[in-house]
Design a protein around this ligand. Sequence first.
Ligand code: E4P
Length: 224
Amino acid sequence: MEILLDTANIEMIKKYEAVLPLTGVTTNPSIVKKEGKVDFFAHMNTIREIIGKERSLHVQVVAKDKAGMLKDVEAILEQIDREVYLKIPASEEGLKVIKILKKEELNVTATAIYTKFQAYLAIAAGADYIAPYFNRMENLNIDAKEAMAAMANEIERSNSKTKIVAASFKNVGQVTTALDQGAQAVTVAPDIIAQALAMPSIAQAVDDFTEDWESIFGKSSTID
Ligand code: E4P
């Protein structure tokens, strides 16, 4: 499995880079908005410095039409680097852009995926990653679990190299469901990871082990 952080928060990226077997970082304009009016490219470059080039950085275009998206892509490649995964919505305009970018052998993450059809088109267009929106699908009464499995199946059936980076999670159950259905990657906001690891039973188990140890060997924070 690949795990990515769905945030542009520098502190959170630094914190969870130490905790997770981190594969990369994903952002979108709404995620960037949470950081206030930052210097966008300087901010993205800071993230790149933290995660290095061995991890993937996914940066989304802002324009809605083909020409505008291509202009955004040019700016991203010029002001960050050519290894960036260009996040392009799997819309009518976006699909045109994905075809062009893949001809140029650039890295592409097809995003804003709500349906299997969008996913199948993005897979056929050669996107490196597709980002189906798990929670948003559920909100629309679309069976996200079944859709993940179908997307994974389509990747296998068409012998494609595309990976699913399942996105838009509101709880850890959705994350593990996406992985169980065949998503190769998930992008998760730091608060969900924090919630999942703050499960009281985990802390209780660790406290119990310490207490048992200390009852025999006395108070010590380490074995020796
Ligand atoms: C990531 O690639 C997506 O843009 C993100 O997970 C969407 O999350 P949201 O549904 O919480 O906005």
